[in-house]
Design a protein around this ligand. Sequence first.
Ligand code: MOS
Length: 723
Amino acid sequence: MARIGNPHDRIDGRIKVTGDARYAADFAVPNPLYGHLVISTIGKGRITGIDDRAARAVPGVRAIYTHLNQPNLQPAGFFGSGQGQAQQSWRPLAGPDVKFYGEIIGMVVAESILSARQAAAVLGVSYEAEDPAAIIDAPGVTVEQLPDVGISVGDVEAGMADAAHTVSQSYETAPNTHNAMELFATTAHWEGENLTVYVPSQWVKGFQIGLAGNLGIDPQRVRVLSPYVGGGFGGKGTLFTWTALVAAAARDMKRPVKLYVTREQGFTVASFRAETRQDVRVGAGEDGLITTFAHSGRELSSRPDTYFVNGAENTTRMYRADNIQTSVSVVHADRQTPGFMRAPPETPYFFALESAIDELARGMNMDPVELRIRNDVDHDPVRGVPFTSRSLVECYRQAGDAFGWSNYTPEVGSMADGDELIGWGVATSTYPTQMAPCAVRVSLDVTGEARVQVASHDLGTGAYTVFAQAVHEKLGVPVERIRVELGDSRLPPGTIAGGSVSTASNVSAIGLACDRILQRLGAQGGQLEVEAAFESYGQTGIEEYAEWIPPAVSGGGRGSLHAGGVQIVGGPEESYAAFAFGAQYVEVRINRFTREIRVPRIVGAFAAGRIMNEKTARSQYLGGMVWGIGHALLEVSEVDPRTGAYMNDNISEYLVPVNADIQQIDAILVPEVDTKVNPAGVKGIGEIGIVGTAAAIANAVYHATGIRVRKTPIHIEDILPTA
Ligand code: MOS
């Protein structure tokens, strides 16, 4: 029998491994046409002419859309500016200007995928090309300071001048692409005035509202289905710009249209994690107490859109300091608009923070774990408010014991083993506890079956299972007899599957709905009691709808919930600071001659409030750390500065860790009870696992080699022995 916290198997596990789970591309529609996107092959400039004679001559071609015959679409509003749901501020095919390499400039619709692709390949597009400024360091980018973003406490200059030990360094992180297994397949099917769209999405409600806005129709006429997602990671969190094109084409053609975005196209038509440049300054006294911390970031964005992640909002919450200063600027370049990718702010900014802390520890000859423990705080150093709970030190203790940190010898190269240089490194993980308004429906029928319905999502995270467990805990109905329905915009509006908000928020709402059912039954909960109460209740079924609005959401939380808005609250913002914490210890082994870097061992301990399901939680942590290894050593979207094209836009050259890269990896679930954070006591674990891993590896690389690499990914050429 499953209980909260128990390692219950995924209730959707069987249908996933047997192929019965239907992903966006799997839905059959009657008599479909096939769409194929045409993308720009210059990095910047203008389309001067379209010659579609050869394309139209391809058998089976039914329509070719370009800016010359664009469907009449409205912009959906840019999510990043809080104005809407779309991944970028402009709609595709709006005009002849080309903003970046790989931008959508057309769409072919044909009777088969091959016809559509062939026609797209022979579509004649002439350009007036300019040289793009496609990378963050290119001359020709425009830097925008963000005056309203940033923290200033005390006096950083004086603090640095007074400090006995200081670090002042710059760090770089590379662009990354989600490159999920599942491609961005999109199907639009009209039945009369009603549109059904099948698309892999982390936010069906936002898709529904944004798409209705694009098309200028009543949202009630749009249904978006995304029951399973084959890898989201943030890349499927906003409304894809081509969705409305596909829907408009299906409306014109009076037939369903299915479109497959190719893997290469997915590198430019969707979002990505932008590269950063960061400067960190840390000052500490003789006693090892940090007095001063300054963190500034430059982040790449597109020309029109100001998208940024500002990870310094959270790096400032990790350690004590009296003088704190942060700033962010956006570097506008000729690339697509970036977007969320797992722990969007923390992944790049904690690489810099946790590398700098290691450099500080080295400079003062202090154990890096001891330095972090000595600077632990129980109040948010910026605002002075308490943490709802904070178990960072306990995470360091438990992971350190499991790792065997007591055997650490700090001297560089001191732990070599034959031809292998061994390095050990540590780093802090964190993720803010965030929540969002959401609504759910829970029902119970006379046979004792329960059902929970919510327009939320399971990206492989375990949401189906965890939501069933939440109902089970309240009503006692066995998990096997609970049906969970997700990923349908017609269901009550759950949260976007982003910002690690889903479990905390949806489980809080499920709790409310279940409490109402118990109230109506006059029961306290528990299977037998509910069954008995139900008998005397004398009805065929009982259904309760509940909305949960986090207390910190101001004013229009409810209206926004139903209108495709997102109001995420929590983290550092409220009367408490709410964060999950973790500590990671890694071992690297570097071949003395070839400099090949391996990570044979990694131990992470995480405290994230209540854990709903030990098994799915562990998988989240392990997956996060595996991804952290990729971030540290492998992942980079290589941009050709001459054209702005991604050079490794596939799954063979965009490197991610494979089984052979992962040896021993352990996640310790540190128990933590948090009664303040939300009614569910849940902090959210979808993103914390990746945070800090890259810094821990860089710190271990230094311990092994004496070479400090201040960029990700760390490659062999970065650690060649100095002559
Ligand atoms: Mo997550 S990167 O907020 O989808």
